[in-house]
Write a protein that binds this ligand. Structure first.
Ligand code: B12
Length: 211
């Protein structure tokens, strides 16, 4: 248990190599991989998110912590994939056109990947046509859209309309998120789901695929 707390603590401090080393140690010691993810990496990341909200952490600290999270995930990812929980579904994820924020989207992607979804992360500033093209190519189950600006939230609606016009609306579900996005907005534009944070994004995505 102490080891997992140490992982979380090192992640909060942004010590990537240390996180990686401790994660490997926990794996070698026979600790459950899912538990290392939840009680080590994600527990640390959740503290980072809280500190960020309270202005105790600024962007650089968050980015360094995300990098430390990645270092830990390098150890866990292959094991989670092996253990899994595989074949949960394919999610095409991206930040919509005009928008360059990707920290939240990356977290959502990592969490979904952690529970066994295949993630196709398109990155930032993604046009509606690109989402649709890749979703078709990858035979995706879900498209996840992130927007952090009130102005770019509107692009989410364009993606849904493009999907509808291609006759794919019933086949591919849409989940949306990002700080200014709300359930009401999701209902208004006809999204299938909305989640306020990465942990609930996992629950919502599973729920959407079960229906
Ligand atoms: C970091 C940051 C930046 C960084 C981004 C770095 C990066 N690589 O992402 C930089 C410095 C580049 C930046 C630039 C700008 N920013 Co900025 N930025 C932020 C800030 C401080 C934090 C965002 C963040 O990373 N939060 C942490 C993550 C973990 O939270 P999150 O993104 O909300 O994600 C969570 C949920 O929303 C959800 N989620 C997110 N995506 C998805 C997707 C799906 C599918 C699901 C289900 C869930 C989900 O889960 C995530 C994890 O829990 C916010 C302030 C804020 N409170 O949001 C402003 C903020 C978003 N930025 C803002 C602005 C105005 C800008 C700029 C226009 C500034 C400028 N004048 O240049 C530019 C725009 C650039 C662009 N075209 O996109 C405004 C937006 C105002 C608005 N309502 O439109 C904000 C709100 C700040 C403010 N109060 O004014 N920014």
């Amino acid at each position: 248990m102490a080891d997992l707390k140490q992982i979380a603590e090192s992640l909060i401090q942004g010590k990537g190599p240390k996180v990686k080393e401790l994660a490997q140690k926990a794996v070698d010691g026979g600790e459950d991989v899912q538990k290392i993810l939840n009680e080590g990496l994600l527990a640390g990341m959740s503290v980072v998110g809280d500190k960020f909200k309270k202005n105790e952490f600024y962007v650089p600290e968050v980015l360094i912590a995300v990098r430390a999270m990645r270092a830990g995930m390098e150890v866990l990812r292959p094991l989670l994939a092996e253990k899994n929980i595989k074949g949960q579904g394919t999610v095409v994820l991206g930040t919509v056109k005009g928008n360059l924020h990707d920290i939240g989207k990356n977290l959502v992607g990592m969490m979904l990947e952690g529970v066994g979804f295949e993630i196709v992360d398109l990155g930032i500033d993604i046009a509606p046509e690109k989402f649709i093209q890749v979703a078709k190519e990858k035979n995706a189950d879900i498209i996840g859209l992130s927007a952090l600006l009130t102005t770019t939230m509107l692009v989410m609606k364009d993606v849904i309309e493009a999907l509808t016009s291609q006759g794919l609306r019933k086949k591919i579900k849409i989940i949306i998120g990002g700080a200014p996005v709300t359930q009401e907005y999701g209902d208004e534009i006809g999204a299938d789901g909305y989640a306020p944070d990465a942990a609930s994004a996992v629950d919502k995505t599973k729920e959407l695929l079960a229906t």
